[in-house]
Ligand binder design. Structure first.
Ligand code: AGP
Length: 608
């Protein structure tokens, strides 16, 4: 959830580190810091708040040197403060270390170190790590790190250097991503490709229990047993401009508008139109096994969970699988039947979500076929699953997921289509779906044209502090996702509900100050949705409806209508998603919220 950037080479390190931190700020932004070494002196600068504040402080401190490490923090142990910010230093300020993750046994270790006379300056688990390394250090930093990592429990991606050897950065990973950037005559490292891509597109992903040493002229990777690791560099396929705002006020808005492209990218080369089926290269190796499965479980968190919830309806409609959807954080507590007849699909934008990763490891242990649907190429979930599919949606920087959520829904539909065509789905039905998929991006572009109308509604509705979102069938997960978007970025309390559940509790909340957003497509649930709306209106609740353009009746029942193009039932929720994203965005903007960096949230949740 925090971010790491490191640099060693011929250039001044501080500007590169600060620029890299800014690109990682979406991962955590309650404090930041850097340490830069020039061979003789090391300058440490830390500040609470955003990277821009660190930048100001660094301007005054003027760190000079061509090697350094930097960090942006999302607090886990200890409140955001200068003392708790990274880099953390040890007893004699010789070792400088940044850390992503959690050291689970840090309290026990801290007590032991205190008994030996160590004093601590921060409340962090990270500082314990530095003190321990100091204890084990006998002139070889990498050797000390290896020893310490045998003692600590938990997850980490760390980068550190010792004042006495300022030409060497040591990195190690277990459970928290670290990527080396191999530049021309220089080396970088970061927890996210975004921080490297301006300088090089040649990267190496460290694996768990690996350590790397970056020198001025080369680098070496080894495992914790000192065996040398030789790994080819990978080329990142997108350029630095993909992670820029391109004139949009926020990344979230840019990413909402990128959705037609994200859908096209998700479909590219994957539709066999004449056969009414999809082709997913990443699943080819396991296709025979997959076809013969009885069950599929979707495991994921947040928006990725809602994508799974929608996919459950789609898979049940067009495949023969029995489908379970579970929050990854709950998966391991259930006693599920996970055997060779079970496939488990991890759905994750980042591919690094700790709970989802833990769920996959549990499923693997029990013998299930583990698959991944991931946006970030080379991420841990991508590497730890047997097979899978990439979204190819490009980097998503806004903390609130938009384009990747939609892309997940598309790819999950493609998966259902693939399996379904080997099971119960006829050619005609397959063709029906492939044709509708082909039209989707054009329809999404049309929805985006109604942004000014949605903005105008949102401005009038931004004053309410509570919201109910309702939908049925395919649009129930979309109501949940719409509510999540609103609460994430505007801090408004919003509940997503299956409309049928309204009378079983939430209707008691309805009054003139408690509006409802209703997703009302012209499908088999339409009449029941209208009944729900009338029940709300009878209690003087305001209703904003997302409905298809052909629906002339809806305006007579609700206060506001956002019309959208019509698709087939299983794809209609994808179209309906965009107005809900835009509504949340414009409400949050009207309320002056920090949309791309909402409070308390981080883009990638790498702790359980
Ligand atoms: C979505 O808007 C959220 N920021 C969050 O719920 C996210 O979807 C969740 O943390 C899962 O992340 P992942 O897809 O990277 O695994």
């Amino acid at each position: 959830m925090c971010g790491i950037v490191c640099y060693i080479g011929p250039r001044e390190a501080a500007p590169i580190l600060l620029e890299g931190l800014k690109r990682l700020e979406y991962r955590g932004y309650d404090s930041a810091g850097l340490a830069v070494a020039d061979g003789e002196n090391t300058c440490l600068v830390k500040e609470v708040g955003k990277v821009s504040r660190l930048e100001e402080k660094a301007r005054e401190a003027g760190p000079r040197g061509t090697m350094g490490i930097a960090h942006t923090r999302w607090a886990t142990h200890g409140k955001p403060s200068v003392a708790n910010a990274h880099p953390q230093t040890g007893e004699n300020d010789k070792i400088f270390l940044v850390h992503n993750g959690i050291i689970e046994n840090y309290l026990v270790l801290k007590e032991e170190l205190k008994k030996e006379g160590h004093t601590f300056k921060s409340e962090t688990d990270t500082e314990v790590l530095v003190h321990l390394i100091e204890e084990y250090y006998e002139g070889d930093l990498a050797a000390a790190v290896k020893k310490v990592l045998g003692v600590v429990r938990g997850t980490f991606g760390i980068a550190l250097f010792h004042r006495d050897s300022p030409d060497r950065i040591v990195l190690a990973r277990r459970g928290s991503p670290l990527i080396l950037g191999i530049g021309k005559g220089e080396f970088l490292a970061a927890s996210d490709v975004n921080a490297l891509i301006r300088h090089t597109n040649q990267v190496i992903h460290l694996k768990d229990n690996e350590l790397a040493v970056l020198n001025r002229h080369d680098y070496a990777i080894s495992d914790f047993q000192d065996r040398l690791v030789v790994r080819e560099t990978e080329t990142v396929e997108w350029g630095a401009d993909a992670a820029d705002k391109k004139g949009y006020e926020h990344f979230m808005l840019k990413e909402i508008f990128e959705q037609p492209d994200a859908v096209e990218n998700a479909l590219r080369g994957r539709l066999l139109e004449g056969e009414g089926v999809s082709r997913l290269g990443g699943l080819e190796g396991v296709l025979d096994r997959l076809k013969s499965m009885e069950r599929i479980h979707f495991v994921s968190c947040g928006s990725s969970y809602y994508a799974g919830l929608l996919a459950r309806y789609v898979f049940e409609k067009i495949t023969g699988f029995s489908v379970e959807v579970e929050y990854a954080s709950e998966f391991r507590y259930r006693n599920l039947r996970l055997d060779e007849k079970t496939a488990v699909l991890a759905i994750s934008q980042s591919g690094e979500t700790a709970d989802t990763l833990a769920a996959i490891r549990e499923a693997k242990r029990k013998g299930a076929l583990c698959l991944g649907l991931v946006n970030v190429v080379g991420s841990t979930i991508a590497k730890e699953t047997e097979a899978g599919v990439y979204n190819h949606a490009g980097p998503e920087i806004g903390v609130a997921s938009t384009k990747v959520f939609l892309s997940q829904c598309v790819v999950l539909t493609l998966m259902a289509l693939l399996v379904g065509r080997y099971q119960r789905l006829s050619l005609t039905e397959g063709l029906f779906i492939t044709r509708a998929l082909k039209k989707l991006s054009g329809q999404l572009r049309r929805v985006l044209e109604s942004a000014p109308r949605i903005e105008e509604i949102a401005r009038r509705y931004a004053r309410y502090d509570n919201y109910l979102y309702i939908g049925r069938l395919y649009n129930f997960p979309i109501a949940m996702e719409g509510a999540l978007k609103l609460k994430e970025i505007s801090y408004i309390h919003a509940e997503g509900y299956a409309a049928g559940e309204m009378k079983h509790g939430p209707i008691s909340l309805i009054d003139p100050e408690f509006p409802t957003v209703a997703v009302v497509p012209r499908d088999s649930t339409y009449d029941k949705m209208i009944n729900n709306i009338q029940e709300i209106k009878a209690r003087e609740g305001k209703v904003v409806a997302v409905a298809v353009e052909e629906d002339e009746e809806i305006a007579g029942h609700v206060d506001e209508v956002i019309p959208v193009p019509r698709s087939i039932d299983i794809l209609q929720p994808l179209i309906n998603t965009i107005p809900l994203q835009l509504f949340a965005y414009y409400v949050a903007r009207e309320r002056g919220c920090d949309i791309d960096k909402p409070r308390n949230l981080a883009k990638s949740v790498t702790v359980e």
